[in-house]
Design a protein around this ligand. Structure first.
Ligand SMILES: Cc1ncc(COP(=O)(O)O)c(C=O)c1O
Length: 402
């Protein structure tokens, strides 16, 4: 019997308060099992999950091909370090490369923040011979919690209490091409941004912005780095969000969805840029381990076999239609921003009570930036599930409306 099935939610919560550092705001629910977009708590209550794994559950909970691949791999070889070659890692790098528009090469790690750290180091190593080390990032962006990625995250609330931040970072408003151009100087190595800001509230880039940044980087001789930790691997209806605009970065990051819920991060770089990561410059003990790599290969295989890039687009359209219709009736909705299965609903009020009320009705959603409901549903979520969840959200919002 797994340990999680032997306690009630209340017992687990009491133990957590004693033994687990309290750095997360948690709902008083202990989850024990998941299948697709459904998840169950220790008491057997069922929830519809529109935010599986903070965006990692691109295929929902326990996707069968991923489960099967992991089961097989843990019985064969769990982990060997990168002093050796393993087939899953190399085949994954090939699979990613073939899905980029530039034949990239990969470095593997275990999380989004590590991927961003690797990208920053690579940008600095690349710029070093010309004295370029500075990185420009955009306000409202989110890149992770380790000190480099955190410094890149231009949101003062996340810096408070842990300053001083790293030197060499400049912040410009997201969407403002002129500001980016003015910020570039002789010491700039790269511009780093999310093509669509996720944690910042599902902010889409204005027309021409990403293309303009590409041209700016080309004329200044600096790197363009996309953080696709949240947008990558089919989330927006393309393998990588950059492909909506046909903008090729020099480096981009992946994590979250990459291995269908197993911890994994990566950078994909143009080969001539990636070669600056030489032996000794960077490493990750668990990076690209066979279990995570097999899970990632199974995730890619599922997305392809089940036609889920197109499905992500349809999912977005269905949510958008529902929320635009609700906006016409509900004064609490100020804006609806959607790209594939990346959905933001900006509210006129704090989102936390909305999320709380949804949990009580068996629906799991997220709120970011205080007022933006953020949904990152599985891209294989069914139409009936979308409708059921949207009905619940509509009920909750209409009950709160003045
Ligand atoms: C765009 C982006 N970059 C980086 C990160 C950090 O990822 P992780 O929590 O896996 O370190 C996140 C996490 O939300 C993210 O959305």
């Amino acid at each position: 019997m797994p340990a999680t099935d032997t306690h009630t939610s209340d017992e687990i919560i009491a133990l957590a308060k004693r033994y687990v550092i309290g750095n997360y705001t948690r709902y008083p629910v202990c989850l024990v099992r998941g299948e697709g977009s459904w998840v169950w708590d220790a008491e057997g209550n069922r929830y519809l999950d529109f935010f599986p794994g903070w965006g990692c559950g691109i295929l929902g909970h326990c996707p069968p091909r991923v489960v099967e691949a992991v089961r097989e791999q843990v019985g064969q070889l769990i982990h060997v370090p990168n002093s050796w070659y393993t087939e899953p890692q190399v085949l994954l790098a090939q699979a990613l490369s073939e899905r980029t528009d530039f034949g990239g090469a990969s470095f593997f790690c275990n999380s989004g923040t590590e991927a961003v750290e690797a990208a920053i180091k690579l940008a600095r190593l690349h710029g070093k011979p010309k004295g370029r080390y500075k990185v420009i990032t955009t306000t409202g962006g989110f890149h992770g919690r380790t000190m480099g990625a955190l410094t890149a995250t231009a949101q003062p609330k996340y810096h408070a209490g842990v300053e001083p931040m790293l030197p060499g970072f400049t912040y410009v408003p997201f969407g403002d091409l002129d500001a980016a151009a003015k910020a570039v100087d002789a010491e700039t190595a790269a511009i780093l941004l999310e093509p669509i800001q996720g944690e910042g509230g599902i902010n889409l880039p204005p027309a021409g912005y990403l293309e303009g940044l590409r041209a700016l980087c080309d004329s200044a001789g600096i790197l363009l780095v996309f953080d696709e930790v949240q947008t990558g691997l089919g989330r927006t209806g393309k393998w990588f969000a950059q492909q909506h605009w046909g903008v090729v970065p020099d480096i981009f990051t992946l994590a979250k969805a990459l291995a269908g819920g197993i911890a994994m991060g990566a950078i994909v770089a143009k080969p001539e840029v990636g070669e600056k990561l030489k032996p000794g410059t960077h490493a990750a003990t668990f990076g690209g381990n066979p279990v995570a790599a097999r899970a990632a290969l199974a995730t890619i295989e599922t997305i392809e076999a089940d036609g889920l890039l197109d499905r992500a687009t349809q999912v977005g359209e269905r949510f958008a239609a529902r929320f635009h219709a609700l906006k016409a009736e509900c004064p609490l909705i100020l804006d609806v921003r959607v790209k594939g299965a990346m959905i933001g609903v900006e509210l006129a009020v704090e989102g936390a009570p909305v999320v709380q009320a949804c949990v009580q009705k068996g629906l799991l959603v997220n709120c970011t930036h205080q007022t933006v409901l953020r949904l990152l549903p599985a891209i294989n979520v069914a139409d009936e599930q979308i409708d059921e969840g949207c009905d619940t959200l509509a009920e909750v919002l209409m009950a709160m409306a003045p």
